[in-house]
Design a protein around this ligand. Sequence first.
Ligand code: TYD
Ligand code: MG
Length: 456
Amino acid sequence: MAKKTVKFVCQNCGYESPKWMGKCPQCNQWNQMVEEIKAPKRKGFFLHTEPGSETKAAPITSIESKEEKRTKVDFWELNRVLGGGIVAGSLVLIGGDPGIGKSTLLLQVSAQLAKRAYNVLYISGEESAKQTKLRADRLKIDTDHLYVLPETDLSMITQAIDELNPGFVIIDSIQTIYHPEITSAPGSVSQVRESTAQLMRIAKTKGIAIFIVGHVTKEGSIAGPRVLEHMVDTVLYFEGERHNAYRILRAVKNRFGSTNEIAILEMKESGLEEVQNPSEIFLEERTKGASGSTVVASIEGTRPVLVEIQALLAPTFFNMPRRMASGIDHNRVTLIMAVLEKRAGLLIQNQDAYLKVAGGLKVDEPAVDLAIAVSVASSFRDQPTKADDCIIGEVGLTGEVRRVSRIEQRVQEAAKLGFKRAIIPKNNLGGWAPPEGIEVIGVSSIQEALQVALGG
Ligand code: TYD
Ligand code: MG
């Protein structure tokens, strides 16, 4: 138990003393010193209050809540992922594989902020000022409000922040930064954590929004962005395949907005550009009428996105058939295949199955179940699906098709992209009117869905 410490406080003038005294040395009054218990000094730093301020329990109705001050950037996709712009005093972590485009994105965002006359400090721990300048030239950046500092020592960085007093700071990357009071090497867990804690303090006390770049390390989690996720306000992951130009920025944690929101950007010769209509991109290369291919309207954050689910089944040559899934949860695929086997009579246990979400997107909501099921059945029977069908629904273990959320938005997106039929859960019918040009068919079981989509 912590030692209880007492102090003596003059009730007349507030003078404090560790010892009792008959006469207060400050106001010379007699018999005014009264023993009080010293409030324990806060060891850690409570992140959401000013240092030194007292925190007391208060009725929730008396707590003031005001909208955070947000700054918008030119990338509307990024504003949406952040929940409506960059919140002042927030700490945002951007994780991703090396070379995916984190520095490019942040340099572009810095320039957009600087153009609005905010001072932006770009700390480059990996590249020299010259290299950063070369990149900026490629991105056609020329603004005076963007400051570049090639530095890795956190005390120097803190000093630079104090001097410049910027509105936004970029730390690229946290793995190169070191806290001089910590002996372990830069990039180690304690360095990364302590440095982030200090940056958090700066962000909160000065109201500066700080972006931290974190490389995803080969080992997966050691000293990568994972160890920081709980500390920061917002975690964004920048994903994509390096040989593909499309990049997905996904919010996995956001204290100031919804998670699972995605932004889609395209890496071009002169930097990243936003993609206005992601559904078109994901369906661009689809071979219409191929067997094993279905389209589902998945909700990513607050917005529906149409994605193609592909399945390929082939007889296995092994004792254990192979099940591979990319972009979808492997367990979900196994479960749906078991339901198909048992409830729809598909003999697929001796089939290797490969499933893929085309375009590199990851979908993990139950509403994609039915599309997975139809894809698998279509490939197994080698029956093509209809090119204008969009299939939406969750599948239960008894083969029932269950209701999904936000059906109206999903069907609207499908209609917008020219789909002629939406196969949806029967329980989702009613209470809303489908848009023109799309026929909505309600199904209550997986058999019924196969009947409608594949005709038997
Ligand atoms: P980078 O931002 O350096 O990645 P990270 O900081 O995540 O490690 O991305 C570098 C890649 O992006 C590199 O392969 C070159 C490419 N690139 C472009 O295609 N266009 C551009 O305008 C820029 C600046 C980079
Ligand atoms: Mg970089």
